[in-house]
Design a protein around this ligand. Structure first.
Ligand code: ME8
Length: 521
């Protein structure tokens, strides 16, 4: 049965072009979305941009442009990057859009109406960089302990949300639903926050103008702008336009999977669910918090000046090589250190040598030793352990994909590639080809057919990660039609590929990269 599957990325602040960290979350969501589509499921994949708040307002002032001009310019850099990286999103939401404003204001009016929001004064710390209110215990030496970003003291009239009312219900929910927040380390962290006690949070600012105006109220002495995190989190629903397309909202919202970085876990796993509880809406299905890509053990970020431009990397190394590298090299739940050297090594070892080279070798041996029309293969025969290797790898791959353990999924698929390489070395098709014994000829055909079938399966499994190159590989193998089925992943069975093997030739799928120490661009 077709299942609905909704997946989101964080919506990114449009202060500057995306870096490799933003790409990481976006490719991860794209890979899972592609995988679910290949299972035949009904997928909705949302990404977008977070365009309001003090951070954007200040950046615009610095650049001497209006906030609107800034966001209009930078959003294009995100869209261009996602296009380059073949991100197949279904919708892109900008929080400056009317459909978003409408939903944010409607939900706030509902919260006010319900009595979950009250007017008071906020006096305390605020980090503009994180757009976060902080307590005394979260601040040290003028900086947020968690993010290391500077804080400032603010004092202003503010609307507060009664978050404390919902904290216990949330704690119980998290306890009862171990899969709600993954990985477990992050789940424990959230339970830890809740244990410390939850305070009501400020929901509006009076000193910021770049944002969504709060619904009018006679009690307020000033004009209020909606706190940027309430604004931002609501994007996951406003994009579905529950007022205009309620069927879409009802179908996808309960199936929501939020892919985020661990830096914004508190907003997603405490603020967002309590807002939803107050609004009487279902909670998302899962929050998946990945680790940071670091450089010299420091989180890569725009403000640290260590941002790596993925588009520049892709120009040199290829889109698929970068997509593959970030999901293979780093364990999705943990931090991972980025160096150019490990990147080159990983791409050369896994893609150029193990995979690309293997495809070329098998395709050219088939062309040389089997020839077109001469590939009579005993389908029930067996010349290697490759069928068993695939039978183990396929379920391991599915299990890892369902758990967002992308590195494990690739590892599983690559056990097939490794086994094919070994099978070629062990069976030495070039020697079999020289033999005059008819049994050797039959074995030669069978070995090559098994290698071919295994590489076909590995390429289908690799498709969500390296969409362009896996298609090229399947073209070489004459097996492009393996992707045609609406449920290509589900239908993936040993022997269901070609009975008759035809191959074609072409340039290497992943040319070997020359590692150059001086090459730092
Ligand atoms: O936080 N490693 O936007 P943002 C891994 N607008 N992932 C990284 C990363 C790194 N070094 N750096 C950034 C915001 N990311 C808010 C989100 S959602 C309702 C609002 C990724 O532009 C990671 O997903 O600062 C992180 O959570 C996100 O970019 C933060 O992007």
């Amino acid at each position: 049965m077709k299942e609905a599957f909704y997946i989101t990325t964080p919506i990114y602040y449009v202060t500057d072009a995306p870096h490799i960290g933003h790409l990481y979350s976006t490719v991860a969501a794209d890979v899972r979305a592609r995988y679910e589509r290949m299972l035949g499921n009904d997928v909705w994949f949302l990404t977008g941009t977070d365009e309001h708040g003090q951070k954007i307002q200040r950046k615009a002032q610095e650049r001497k442009v209006t906030p609107q001009a800034l966001v209009d310019e930078v959003v294009e850099r995100y869209k261009d990057a996602w296009k380059d990286f073949e991100i197949q999103y279904d919708d892109f939401i900008r929080t400056s859009e009317e459909r978003h404003h409408r939903t944010v204001r409607k939900y706030l009016a509902e919260l006010i109406e319900k009595g979950d929001v009250y007017l008071a004064e906020y006096e305390g710390w605020y980090s503009v960089s994180d757009e976060a209110y902080l307590t005394e215990t979260q601040v040290k030496d003028g900086k947020s302990i968690e993010s290391g970003k500077p804080v400032e003291l603010i004092r202003e009239e503010s609307y507060f949300f009664k978050m404390s009312t919902y904290a216990e219900r949330l704690r119980e929910y998290i306890e009862k639903n171990p899969e709600f927040i993954v990985p477990e380390t992050r789940r424990n962290e959230v339970l830890g926050f809740l244990k410390q006690g939850v305070r009501d949070i400020s929901l509006s600012r009076t000193t910021i103008t770049w944002g969504i105006p709060m619904p009018e109220s006679k009690q307020a002495s000033k004009k209020h702008t909606v706190y940027v995190w309430f604004d931002a989190l609501t994007n996951y629903i406003s994009a579905l336009e529950p007022d205009k397309t309620p069927e879409k909202f009802e179908k996808f919202w309960p199936e929501a999977h939020h892919v985020i970085g661990k830096d914004i876990i508190r907003f997603h796993a405490v603020y967002w669910p309590t807002f939803l509880m107050a609004l009487g809406l279902p909670l998302p299905k899962q929050i998946i918090a990945h680790g940071w890509i670091t450089m010299a053990n420091q989180k890569i970020s725009k403000s640290s000046g260590n941002a790596v431009d993925p588009r520049e990397l892709a120009k040199k190394l290829g889109v698929d090589a970068i997509r593959f590298f970030i999901l293979r090299e780093f364990n999705f739940g943990q931090d991972g250190e980025y160096t150019r050297e490990t990147m080159y090594q990983r791409i050369n070892a896994d893609l150029a040598n193990d995979y690309g080279n293997c495809i070329s070798r098998v395709a050219s041996m088939i062309a040389k030793y089997m020839g077109d029309g001469e590939n009579v293969v005993d389908i029930d025969g067996k010349a290697s352990n490759l069928a068993e290797v695939c039978a183990t790898a396929i379920p391991a791959y599915h299990q890892a994909m369902k758990k967002f353990l992308f590195h494990k999924a690739i590892e599983a698929a690559w056990t097939i590639v490794g086994a094919v390489n070994k099978c070629i070395e062990d069976s030495a098709p070039w020697a079999l080809a020289k033999s005059q014994d008819p049994a050797d000829k039959s074995k030669l055909h069978r070995v090559l057919w098994e290698c071919h079938e295994s590489l076909r399966i590995a390429s289908v499994l690799a498709h969500p990660f390296i969409p362009g190159s896996s298609v090229k590989a399947l073209d070489f193998l004459g097996s492009r039609q393996s992707l045609d089925s609406q449920s290509a992943m589900k239908d993936l069975k040993w022997g269901s590929g070609l009975k008759k093997v035809t191959v074609s030739k072409g340039a290497p799928i992943f040319p070997r990269l020359e590692w150059d120490k001086e090459d730092v661009g």
